[in-house]
Design a protein around this ligand. Structure first.
Ligand code: FAD
Length: 310
């Protein structure tokens, strides 16, 4: 099935998982996938460690997804990858029945100024995949509603998106964006630039303070709106959310449990409202960064009414 075609007919629901680092995490993942599959996602994607370090685990997770029913979409980056290496890996994915990918550049390795591989950008990867494989892979590409952190300008970034489309990409998966006004401006601008690809919106559930701040600011430069900033301040874990416990694992903030619980509850409500706003804009898909957490994600889906289990 071509997801881009399906997205033109209806708004799709999908999840994103990452390959767990531990054996126990891997053992638990089929159960997580099974729970998420109750909501009948059209696809589930799996992240790819920059540099291909976890490619074995990524392939294993793709097979778990395939076995459970949804289409597996593998993320793929050019970091530290040669043309031959890319071809070898993509041949292997195809042989294993994985023919949907999210073609990314990847974040540059720390301390490096290049990808340390044969390609510089995601546009090159899209072209390579098209040249080598024709239509065998359906190709998603990243879109950054606030502009990629390293782009020269939003206009330059939008031109790159158009180039990805011209090179053969099928649809867009977006970077998280909490700034709805900016998202609307970007959507308008990409359509004016002739980008017709469906837009599948990436949404990170707000469940944990440190993870939220980390995702927004460690690499992506995403703007947090007033409501989200105030939520984080109201429930701030002293001395800071990144080191909230002492060396014995005891919380340093006397209200730790209450704050964690309340932050998550408000975060789920915030995420649901964000989903409402995106749906009201008529986006083509909601892609939840499920972070391998099925219980909280289920809560979000049910409260938002994205899917019912009736
Ligand atoms: P590109 O589109 O190549 O853009 C990178 C920068 O270069 C931008 O500033 C762009 O404007 C500029 N640029 C692009 N092409 C050109 C050109 N031809 N000439 C000049 N400038 C150019 N990373 C991982 O490592 N693993 C993952 O699994 C992963 N999953 C992700 C999932 C989603 C939904 C998203 C949105 C991102 C994900 N990332 C992942 C992060 C992604 O790899 C980074 O954001 C990375 O820094 C940029 O990737 P890109 O594909 O957007 O790069």
């Amino acid at each position: 099935m071509k997801l881009a075609e399906a997205m033109k007919e209806k708004m799709l629901l999908s999840f994103e998982l990452f390959p767990p680092k531990t054996e126990k995490g891997m053992e638990n993942l089929p159960g997580t996938i099974e729970h998420l599959c109750r909501y009948k996602p059209e696809y589930i994607s799996c992240t790819y460690g920059a540099g291909g370090g976890n490619v074995g685990a990524n392939r294993e997770v793709c097979q778990m997804i395939k076995k459970a029913g949804p289409i597996p979409v593998t993320h793929f980056t050019v970091i530290r990858n040669t043309k031959e290496g890319i071809k070898e890996q993509l041949d292997q994915y195809l042989a294993e029945g994985v023919d949907h990918m999210l073609a990314l550049r990847g974040d540059l390795p720390l301390g490096e100024t290049t990808t340390c591989g044969d390609f510089d950008y995601a546009t090159d990867l899209v072209k390579f995949v098209k040249d080598q494989y024709g239509d065998k892979f359906e190709i998603a590409v990243a879109g950054s509603p606030e502009g990629h952190i390293a782009c020269r300008s939003l206009e330059a970034d939008i031109s790159v998106l158009r180039q990805k489309q011209d090179n053969g990409a099928d649809y867009i998966m977006t970077q998280l964006c909490w700034d709805m006004e900016q998202f609307k401006r970007w959507l308008d601008a990409i359509r004016k630039a002739g980008v017709t690809m469906p837009v599948d919106v990436g949404i990170m559930p707000i469940l944990d303070q440190a993870a939220t701040i980390n995702m927004a600011l460690s690499r992506n430069g995403c703007v947090m709106d007033r409501e989200l900033s105030r939520m984080i301040s109201r429930h701030w874990l002293f001395p800071n959310p990144f080191n909230p416990k002492d060396s014995d694992g005891k919380p340093l903030d006397m209200f730790y449990d209450k704050k964690v619980k309340e932050f998550k509850e408000e975060g789920i409500e915030y995420t649901v409202r964000q989903i409402d706003e995106y749906r009201a804009l008529g986006v083509n898909g909601i892609h939840l960064y499920a972070l391998n957490k099925w219980k909280d994600v289920s809560e979000i889906i049910e409260r938002s009414g994205l899917r019912t289990l009736v």
